[in-house]
Design a protein around this ligand. Structure first.
Ligand SMILES: Nc1ncnc2c1ncn2[C@@H]1O[C@H](COP(=O)(O)OP(=O)(O)OP(=O)(O)O)[C@@H](O)[C@H]1O
Length: 265
């Protein structure tokens, strides 16, 4: 079946609202993005935009290509076609403006680093490799750790923390980076309810400060109501835009098949 994106062409009501909120800030724009893994077409001609001031969830069933989309956007894997722009340049060429927290499974938790080391690493791009961190950078890292409630554990090896604590530390590292675009791949996996609440609070603080926040999330549970915008994928784009417009039975049937129940609030 040829699935047409239900909500991805311009002009759109959501766009005007967002642009009037942050008129000088630029969206991340994907156009015609396709990715193959050998013979497997993982992403088929994806076109969409992610807006500053919004927390956007990338959702879809297992194997829909959600993580692939994030990695392709950041230039971490080869693409067969398409562009990902952030203003006049590609997003991959502006990696210093992007904070990326990969899936837990992609992180080496045995790496001998303390909480403080990990957060300070967020300052490397601003400081430069092999240079001393400035007092301002250290202050930035301290403030980020405090914001996520992890200051007391700063000397702990990262591998000795719980899943939720580790996720908070990586969020602190991304905050210390002072990026414009924040990308999180499945940040809620293995975290407790309290941490999930803290993560969403901080995502919205970032959006309120004009940042673009992009979160891969495969769960259609209650937490989905915390996203402003959604991008619904199943290898091709099914719908993107404000949450209330994306979450309808027709779009979900296209993505998941059968009958899907969801929180429409
Ligand atoms: N490195 C790889 N080599 C080959 N195939 C891959 C690779 N990474 C992903 N795939 C395949 O590409 C498709 C999309 O995978 P991806 O991990 O992007 O999906 P996802 O939507 O993030 O899934 P999930 O919710 O299960 O994490 C899947 O069929 C997956 O098996």
């Amino acid at each position: 079946m040829d699935i047409q994106p239900a909500y991805c062409s311009l002009p759109r009501p959501g766009l005007r609202l967002v642009n009037s909120q942050f008129p000088t800030l630029k969206p991340v724009s994907i156009s015609g993005l396709s990715v193959y893994y050998q013979q497997l077409l993982a992403l088929d001609q994806i076109s969409a935009e992610f807006y500053p001031g919004r927390v956007t969830g990338i959702i879809g069933p297992n194997g829909a290509g959600k993580s692939t989309l994030l990695q392709a956007m950041l230039g971490l894997i080869p693409t067969a076609s398409g562009t990902v722009r952030f203003g006049s340049q590609t997003l991959a060429d502006q990696r210093h403006q992007v904070a990326y927290v990969p899936q837990r499974s992609q992180i080496d938790w045995l790496y001998p680093a303390t909480v403080w080391d990990v957060v300070l690493m967020g300052r490397v791009q601003k400081t430069g490799w092999f240079r001393r961190f400035s007092a301002a950078s250290r202050q930035q890292a301290r403030a980020a750790l405090e914001r996520v409630g992890m200051a007391e554990l700063r000397n702990r090896p990262i591998g000795q923390l719980s899943g939720g604590q580790q996720q908070r530390v990586f969020l602190a590292r991304s905050l210390a980076q002072e990026a414009d675009v924040f990308c999180f791949d499945e940040p809620f996996v293995g975290v407790d309810q309290k941490t999930e609440t803290v993560l969403f609070e901080i995502f919205h603080e970032l959006a309120d400060a004009g940042k673009t926040v992009i979160v891969v999330n495969h769960d259609l549970g209650e937490a989905i109501t915390n996203f402003d915008d959604l991008l619904l994928l199943n290898r091709s784009l099914i719908a993107s835009g404000p949450r209330q417009q994306v979450l309808n039975q027709e779009n979900l049937r296209h993505a998941y098949g059968g009958t899907v129940s969801f929180y429409a609030a």
